[in-house]
Write a protein that binds this ligand. Structure first.
Ligand SMILES: [Zn+2]
Ligand SMILES: [Zn+2]
Ligand SMILES: [Zn+2]
Ligand SMILES: [Zn+2]
Length: 511
């Protein structure tokens, strides 16, 4: 709106005309790109690290705006593009170091067998989708190939609710119908909500390791004796798997996972050391173990008043396993890292839903058992996650305990209500095994050290006793000035990284 823009420009001019404008720009630099920086007030103390001697003490009242600005740190691009950009950069490095080594990770990891796996959710009912059977385009960035008809079935008739069971539309890539059920009443929203809240990944990883252990036994590869932290001697398989994983919310609102799985060895002298696996276990074996585990893992969730027999939770039929390498058609480490980093900054955006945590006061704006696809999914989460006391009294406890015991137990479905705004998914969007790579904390430390080294007072550390006083820039004009300064700096890096992520997509990492 012109009035807002005019007001903002006037604010910006006013700021730029202040005597200490450049001091202000410098002061806000660390948070400059942030959409809603945190404003802090209090005392900053510069301390000499060796002696603890206080070199200088300042109150934020002496600083421009009498405030310290700190970037919000939100990882979601939809919330704060700049902080998400920093986060994605860290995610890229974390993932990549696990593939190539670097920082504190030995470069020998580059020789470990690695696969890149996509685990999908099963079907909860037919949805409108877009599929291109064969690409004839030269460059997929400007792909204009014709998609196949959505659900082409002659004489398919109608479902029990009178909806056509076929769809002959060749959907455009931005068709809002994509991911929406052919019939809302046939679709099993409850099942999908429970599936999103499931814990399949943890069990799947255990199953993969079990398969590898069995394989070692078949091939006569002996277990390794290691000494645990508590001094006990244990015999463990000579291979283990470490992973980096990102969750992606599909348009239909089901979560799927892109996972890097790396095979590591075990050093009998140092349990924590990162060493290459035995030559006898290969990427083929890892591939086979992944497929076997994905097929095998089926869980039935606990009884629920709305479905006493619980829900079956298993992976979808499509499990896509790719090698990381340099050959044709392979995805490279940089591409995979860029791909995972990109998804690490997303959340439910692809579904069209975006809200903060729901409360009894706000849920009605989003949940509706008779509403559209998203409203029904959120309703399913909210309803299935209702508190324990509404359980029907005839629910048997698995352990045969008394009813009183049952009520005092945590409700296994409570998370669905807590994570209704995430359509039931309560996990992190990027996770990794501790052993997989460096930590985000290390990268932040390196950045802080670097920034400190840029200062004159590099030989001191700053300790703050600070209080939160608000978030956001003081005016839209301030936001414009600070963001513009930061944007110029970012743009150069941005181009390179997005190119890589795009290439990963083209190579079919996401197919
Ligand atoms: Zn931010
Ligand atoms: Zn369709
Ligand atoms: Zn194409
Ligand atoms: Zn129907």
């Amino acid at each position: 709106m012109p009035t807002i823009a005019a007001g903002r420009d006037a604010q910006a001019l006013h700021r730029a005309a202040t005597p200490d404008f450049f001091g202000w720009l410098e002061h806000t630099r660390a948070a400059a790109g942030c959409s809603r920086p945190i404003r802090l007030t209090g005392t900053l103390t510069a301390v000499e690290p060796g002696t603890g001697r206080v070199v200088e003490q300042r109150h934020t009242d002496e600083l421009p705006d009498r405030t310290l600005y700190k970037a919000c740190g939100n990882r979601r691009a939809a919330q704060c593009p700049d902080c998400a950009w920093v986060y994605a950069g860290d995610a890229f490095q974390v993932v990549r170091c696990g593939l190539t080594g670097g920082k504190t990770v030995p470069t020998t990891v580059a020789r470990h067998p690695v696969v890149f796996v996509t685990f999908t959710a099963p079907s909860f009912g037919p949805v409108h989708h877009r599929h291109i059977p064969r690409h004839t385009c030269a460059d997929r960035r400007c792909c204009d190939c014709r998609p196949a008809p959505c659900h082409a079935r002659r004489n398919a008739g109608t479902c029990p609710h009178g909806q056509p069971a076929a769809c002959f539309v060749r959907h455009d890539a931005d068709d809002p119908q994509l991911g929406r059920p052919l019939c809302l009443d046939c679709y099993d929203h409850d099942h999908q909500a429970v599936w999103n809240a499931g814990e399949l990944w943890r069990r799947t990883k255990q199953a993969i390791e079990r398969h590898l252990t069995a394989l070692c036994r078949q091939r006569g590869i002996r277990l390794v004796r290691v000494v645990t932290d508590s001094g006990k001697v244990r015999r463990v398989p000579p291979v283990r798997v470490s992973h980096g994983k990102v969750a992606e919310m599909q348009r239909r609102g089901a979560v799927h996972f892109h996972v890097l799985l790396r095979l590591d060895g075990v050093d009998p002298h140092d349990r924590h050391a990162l060493v290459p696996p035995l030559a006898g276990i290969t990427a083929d074996d890892l591939d086979a173990a992944v497929h076997a585990a994905a097929r095998q893992i089926t869980v039935t969730t606990p009884a629920h008043p709305d479905r006493p027999q619980g829900w079956p939770i298993a992976w979808g039929e499509q499990v896509d396993v790719r090698r990381i390498g340099t050959g044709d058609g392979d995805v490279t480490d940089g591409k995979v890292a860029a791909y995972l980093a990109k998804y690490a900054t997303k959340s439910t955006e692809a579904t069209g839903h975006c809200s903060t945590r729901l409360t009894p006061d706000t849920v009605d704006a989003y949940a509706d058992p008779e509403g559209d696809h998203l409203a029904r999914l959120i309703d399913a989460c909210w309803r299935l996650g209702r508190p324990n006391h509404t359980r029907s009294s005839n629910t048997a406890t698995p352990t045969g305990g008394r009813q009183g015991d049952l009520d005092s137990k945590p409700n296994p479905y409570a998370g669905l209500r807590r994570w209704a705004h995430m359509l039931g998914y309560g996990g992190h969007f990027l996770t990794k095994a501790r052993r997989y790579s460096i930590t985000f904390g290390l990268l932040r430390d390196i950045r802080a050290t670097y920034r400190r080294a840029e200062d004159d007072t590099a030989d001191t550390i700053t300790v703050g006793a600070l209080t939160f006083i608000g978030s956001g820039w003081l005016t839209n004009g301030d936001a414009l000035l600070a963001n513009t300064a930061a944007a110029q700096h970012r743009e150069r890096q941005r181009v390179g990284r997005e190119e890589l992520a795009h290439e990963a997509w083209l190579t079919g990492a996401a197919a």
